[in-house]
Every structure is written in structure tokens, then in C-alpha cells.
Design a protein around this ligand. Structure first.
Ligand code: C2E
Ligand code: MG
Ligand code: MG
Length: 669
């Protein structure tokens, strides 16, 4: 550029010099003295003409010099722009292409080589459409045509093949270059490789719809599929589907004993086995058609809702036996042992089944009913499969109503505490009370048997029993002041499974005891044998913490579970409460009598004291006294009664009294 310009300057300088020399030559002719050929008026005229001409030539020279300067400036600017364009296109991470109206490439930036592996030569020899994915070609061609006709391109995503054969996703925008008369000459396309971003987005979308542990669809995706099935069943009367709700029996036990890492591993194995057992079934692997494409998505019909809960959507079934067959197959396969962390684990599954019905409006209603049926299967013994029916629905509605009522009762303060005395044998002195909940509903007292289970399952038991604990402790403190004894009176409270599973059970109790200034040893915490045995390791831990707090511990309803005394011995408990089912039979049935005698003896051998529940007759009391049973509780002495009646009872029985007096003051509650 510089050379050209220098040459131009030389040329211009030469031309100007020549004109100047010529001009000076001509002008010199007009200078007096150089020409002395007289003073004719023509001569002077000529001189003026020549001077004028010289001035014009000078002006012209100045003008051309100015022009030349302008031209060079414009040229330099253009060159700079060109250089800038080159720097940008050559270094941009985006791929820039200029394509003529026939789709031939006029220019490709070096980024093509970096991103897609093609050199400029590779690209020059091919048309711009060749590397585009066949599925996207029409779309791209359409977009290019549209850009050419409207002069403005839209954002477009399409797939392009890398030189190594893999597919990359590009995002592109096109703009047009127009010719002299405004006609579109070519397209400038800027392409960006968004493969990584796309994959990350896809992964995010996948994660939000799948369970990270098993990679199975999660609740949202499953509900979406059920929604789809519901829509189909509403549209086509012949289309029926079923949902299975699967819960692994005693998974919590495995999880706690194997450790959570192995628990997770077990879940993954269960998920794999579930999808394998679905794959073989004719109902599941029957291909489905979407449009005219065949879709086989067996595993997609399986989902993990969380924990050990799995669901299966079985679509397009002929009749209910299809779903039941699937459930049975799952149960069969689940019973084969798993191998986790060097252990052999044998498990089973409880399955609830629900069939599509016109009454369902929402997918969660379907899943909810399958879950209700699963709970029924669990309650009736494990490893079962139950189909949801109307009776279950009625029951579920009743439970739901009860739950609402319980919440309201809690708000209105309708829960009362009743106290049933515990008496020492044989002197029948009151040694303590058991605090029992009552619900005062419209003037009548609802016994706990009618609401404790639902209260527990819904968690309402927690506030109910917090109030009970506080009230019972305050009552006990008042009685300690009025009826001092050695040892002091003790208050028994019951713990439900939900309460027992609360991580802060012990600190909560400790806080109440401390706040009310009550000695822990005067509180007796009753947990049923079933709760204690459900997860022996965890129970042992909680009981140990309770023991460390200093409270008295009893195993309630002993004999109704399946535990042996020696297993119970592993727990730091102080007393056994023999279930009233045994006590009620000891008068009539020699076997029960023998059983109770053995329990008392073994308990004593293990250093535990024994409480007999449900003592109703003097004969029962007599026999229990003979067996050296320490404490008795039952209608023979008193029903559970409110605090003032309990206090009256105390007044009469805080000292040893004969049995007859005791039995007359009972039956209030
Ligand atoms: P439980 O802890 O075994 O309580 C003893 C139950 O046996 C009481 O029933 C009591 O009224 C009854 N009972 C006592 N003596 C006799 C008798 O001689 N004959 C007969 N037939 N029954 C007798 P209740 O009060 O209906 O309580 C039932 C169960 O409900 C309790 O069994 C306890 O497990 C649970 N419960 C009651 N209140 C609460 C509470 O506030 N919290 C918790 N977690 N559980 C409670
Ligand atoms: Mg109890
Ligand atoms: Mg009991």
C-alpha cells in the first residue's frame, strides 16, 4: 500500500513539476525585460491571459493534491477495516462463513478447523449443506431462503457433523450482503458451537425428572406419565391402565444395619431387578406407537418416588389380571437374595395396585390410592399384593376426616389426660399412674384406640403428647407435695412409633423435666415391644439415651410381639408390662397362667420388675401376687379417670388398704 502511495506521490509530483515548469516558462515570457519586443497592447493582453492560466493551473494542482490526500485517507481507512475484519474473523471462536446464493462457500473462518476439524480446502470443495444432519437440512435451507427473501436471518439450531464423525450442535444467525443495486449477493452466517451448553441443559432437565441414585424417573415425571395415561383413558374407552405402588418390606432395617452406602447399593440393585422383572412381561414390552414410530420404553414406566418406594405404570392392559401378573412376578423376583457389601440380603415387597377409573381427575389421586392399597398389603402381613377397592377408599376418606378433626381438636384444646393408678402387690399401695389421652368430642370421651394410630401416622401425636407430658408432670409434682412417699409416685407415659423415631425425643423430654423441676427417675417411659423390636439397633440407641437421662423404662404390651426375653435383655429397660390379653385369661386357662408365671420368673432372672396390665378380678390379683408380680394395673382398682378422681383415689389408697375398699372406688372413666 505504502509503495503504491509513494509511486502515486512521485507521479503526482512529476506531473505538477512539469506543469509548474511549463507555467513558469510561459509566465517568464510575460515578465518585462525578458521579452523586449515593445509595448503593444496585444502583448500585455497575452501576458494577462498567461498569468490567468498559470493561476488556474496552480489551483488545479492544489485541488489534485487535496483529492489525492482524501483518496489515500479513504483507502487507508478501508484497509484498516479490512484488517480489523480479518483479525476478528480469523480469531473469533465463532465460525463465520460467507455463502453465495447457490450455497457455495465463499469464505470460512479458521474457527471451522478448530471446532469442526475441517480445513479451508475441505470446505471449499463441499457445499454448505453437506455436513448438516439430514434431519435438519430442510430446516436450514428454509431459514436461508427466508433470510434471502426478507434480508434478515433468524436464530437457528442444527446439528453438524465433525470431521471425526460425531455430531455437534450449532447455533447460527445469518445476515445478508447486498450488491450495488441492492440485490442480495451472499449470506454471512455466524455459527456458534453450543454442544456443551446443550448437553448441560439436557442433563439438568434430566436430573430434574430423574432420581439421581437409580436414574429412574422421579415422582414428577411419573405423575406426568400417569396424567398422559389418564387423558388417553378418558379419550378411548378401551384404554385401561394400572399403577403399582411397591414398597420394600423392612428396608429401613437393612438400611440401618448395613449402613447407608450399602443401603443405597441395595436400592440400586432393587431398581435394576425391578426393571428386569418388568422387561419380561408381555404387557410391558408390548410396543407402543407414537405417530408411526415404535416406542419401547419399558424402564420408563418404572419410577422411584423416594426412599424404598417404587411405582410402575402399566399401560394399555386388557384386564386386571395383566397387572396382578406383573405384581406377582415382581414379588417372586424380589424374594431372591441380593448381595450387598459381602452380605446376603433377603427382602420382599408389598404392592398396592390401582386400576384406571373414570372417577380419577388427577394423577396424584391414582398414585395415592395405589399407596393406600400398598399400606393395606403391609398391614395384612408383608410380601402381599392388594388391589385398591371402594372399602379402602371409604376408610381412607374416614381417616382423612379424622385427621382434619384431630387438627381442629388440637387447636380447640379438646385433649384431656386421664390417670390410671398402678398398685404394688401385695400391699395395694399406689406407686404411680399411667397418663392416658382422651379426646373430649361434643361432650363424649373418645378413647385413644380410635385416634392414636391416625394421630401417630399423621404426626399429630407429637403436639398431643407434648401437652400430655407437661400436664402429667405438673400433676405429678402437685401430688408429690400432697402425698409424699418413699419412693415417690411415678408417672408413666406412652411413646408411639413416630415419637420414638423423633431425633430430638430425649432432649425434648429432658427440657420438660428440667423446666418443671422433676426428677427423671419419677418418669416412666413405656414403649411397646413392637416399637422396640422394629429396629432393634436404633431402639437400643434411643433407650440408652433415655436411660442416660435417668428415666425409668418399661416395655409395654409385652407378649404381643415376637421378641424373646433374652433379646429384650439387651435393652436397658427396668420393667415389663405383661399385656392384658394374658392377664385376662389366667383365671380360666392353665396355659396362660403358666405362661405368665414363666414370664415373671424369667423377667426376675433378668433383673426386671413386672407390671400386670388389665387386672379385672380379685382372683387374677391373687394369682399374680403369688407369682411375686410387683405391680398391677386394672379396672379392679380403677379405670383411667380425670385428675380430681385420681386424687380422691390417691387419698384413699396412698397407704396400704384391703382390696374391698379398692374395688368400690373404681369404675369412673
Ligand atoms: P396401654 O399403654 O397398654 O394402656 C393401658 C390401656 O389398657 C388403657 O386403654 C386402659 O384403659 C386399658 N386398661 C387398663 N386396665 C384395664 C382393664 O382392667 N381392663 C381392660 N379391658 N382395659 C384396661 P386406653 O386408655 O384406651 O389406651 C389404649 C392404648 O392407647 C394405651 O395402651 C396406649 O398404648 C395408647 N395411648 C393412650 N394414651 C396415649 C397417649 O397419650 N400417648 C400415646 N403415645 N399412647 C397412648
Ligand atoms: Mg401404656
Ligand atoms: Mg399396655
Amino acid at each position: 500500500m505504502r509503495q503504491v502511495e509513494t509511486r502515486e506521490w512521485w507521479l503526482w509530483g512529476f506531473a505538477v513539476t512539469v506543469t509548474l515548469v511549463l507555467t513558469v516558462g510561459i509566465v517568464s515570457l510575460t515578465i518585462p525585460g525578458i521579452q523586449s519586443s515593445g509595448t503593444s497592447p496585444y502583448w500585455y493582453d497575452l501576458r494577462d491571459w498567461v498569468r490567468g492560466l498559470a493561476a488556474l493551473v496552480l489551483l488545479f494542482d492544489i485541488y489534485t493534491a487535496y483529492q489525492q490526500l482524501q483518496l489515500q485517507r479513504v483507502r487507508r481507512e478501508l484497509a484498516e477495516k479490512d484488517q480489523l475484519f480479518q483479525v476478528i474473523t480469523e480469531n473469533a471462536a465463532d465460525m463465520i462463513a460467507v455463502i453465495d446464493n447457490n450455497g457455495q462457500r465463499l469464505y470460512n473462518s479458521p474457527a471451522y478447523q478448530k471446532v469442526l476439524g475441517y480445513s479451508a480446502e475441505d470446505l471449499k470443495s463441499t457445499s454448505s449443506i453437506e455436513q448438516i444432519h439430514p434431519d435438519d437440512r430442510d430446516r436450514v435451507a428454509e431459514a436461508a431462503a427466508k433470510a434471502r427473501s426478507t434480508g434478515r436471518g433468524e436464530r437457528l439450531e442444527y446439528q453438524v457433523q465433525h470431521k471425526d464423525g460425531t455430531w455437534r450442535i450449532l447455533e447460527s444467525t445469518a445476515s445478508v450482503i447486498r450488491g450495488r443495486s441492492g440485490e442480495i449477493e451472499s449470506l454471512v452466517v455466524v455459527n456458534r458451537d453450543i454442544t456443551d451448553r446443550k448437553r448441560a441443559e439436557e442433563r439438568l432437565a434430566h436430573n430434574s425428572l430423574h432420581d439421581s441414585l437409580t436414574n429412574l424417573p422421579n415422582r414428577s415425571l411419573f405423575l406426568e406419565r400417569v396424567r398422559h395415561a389418564l387423558t388417553l383413558s378418558q379419550r378411548h374407552r378401551t384404554y385401561k391402565f394400572a399403577v403399582l405402588f411397591i414398597d420394600i418390606d423392612q428396608f429401613k432395617l437393612f438400611n440401618d444395619s448395613l449402613g447407608h452406602t450399602h443401603g443405597d447399593e441395595l436400592l440400586v440393585q432393587i431398581a435394576k431387578r425391578l426393571s428386569a422383572s418388568l422387561r419380561g412381561t408381555d404387557t410391558i414390552s408390548r410396543p407402543k406407537f407414537v405417530g408411526d414410530k415404535e416406542v419401547v420404553d419399558e424402564t420408563e414406566s418404572l419410577a422411584r418416588l423416594g426412599g424404598d418406594e417404587f411405582t410402575v405404570l402399566i399401560e394399555d392392559i386388557r384386564d386386571s389380571s395383566d397387572a396382578i401378573r406383573v405384581a406377582e412376578r415382581i414379588q417372586e423376583r424380589m424374594q431372591l437374595p441380593f448381595h450387598v457389601g459381602g452380605h446376603e440380603v433377603v427382602t420382599s415387597a408389598s404392592i398396592g395396585i390401582v386400576f384406571s377409573a373414570s372417577s380419577y381427575g388427577r394423577p396424584d389421586e391414582v398414585v395415592r390410592d395405589a399407596e393406600i392399597a400398598m399400606y393395606r398389603a403391609k398391614r395384612e402381613g408383608k410380601a402381599l399384593c392388594r388391589v385398591f377397592d371402594n372399602a379402602m377408599h371409604v376408610l381412607a376418606v374416614k381417616r382423612l376426616r379424622l385427621e382434619t378433626e384431630l387438627r381442629k381438636a388440637l387447636e380447640l384444646g379438646e385433649f384431656r389426660v386421664h390417670y390410671q393408678p398402678l398398685l404394688s402387690l401385695p400391699d395395694q399401695r399406689v406407686v404411680g399412674f399411667e397418663a392416658l389421652s382422651r379426646w373430649e368430642k361434643n361432650g363424649t370421651l373418645v378413647p385413644p384406640g380410635e385416634f392414636i394410630t391416625v394421630a401417630d401416622e399423621t404426626g399429630i401425636i407429637l403436639p398431643i403428647n407434648r401437652l400430655l407430658l407437661r400436664e402429667a408432670c405438673e400433676q405429678l409434682r402437685a401430688w408429690h407435695r400432697r402425698f409424699p412417699s418413699d419412693p415417690p409416685l411415678r408417672m408413666s407415659v406412652n411413646i408411639t412409633p413416630k415419637q420414638f423415631a423423633q431425633p430430638d425425643l430425649v432432649p425434648q423430654m429432658a427440657a420438660v423435666l428440667e423446666e418443671l423441676g422433676m426428677e427423671p427417675r419419677n418418669l416412666d417411659v413405656e414403649i411397646t415391644e413392637t416399637i422396640a423390636m422394629n429396629d432393634a439397633e436404633k431402639s437400643g440407641q434411643v433407650l440408652k439415651e433415655l436411660k442416660a437421662l435417668g428415666v425409668h423404662l418399661s416395655i409395654d404390651d409385652f407378649g404381643t410381639g415376637y421378641s424373646s426375653l433374652s433379646r429384650l435383655h439387651a435393652f436397658p429397660v427396668d420393667a415389663l408390662k405383661i399385656d392384658r390379653a394374658f392377664i385376662s385369661k389366667i383365671g380360666a386357662d392353665a396355659e396362660s397362667l403358666e405362661m405368665v408365671r414363666v414370664i415373671v420368673m424369667l423377667a426376675h432372672n433378668l433383673g426386671l420388675s413386672v407390671v400386670a396390665e388389665g387386672v379385672e378380678t380379685a382372683e387374677q390379683m391373687e394369682q399374680l401376687t403369688q407369682m411375686d408380680c410387683e405391680v398391677a394395673q386394672g379396672f379392679l382398682f380403677s379405670r383411667p379417670v380425670d385428675h380430681s378422681s385420681a386424687e380422691k383415689f390417691l387419698e384413699q389408697h396412698s397407704k396400704p388398704v384391703p382390696l374391698l375398699v379398692a374395688s368400690t372406688s373404681s369404675s369412673k372413666g
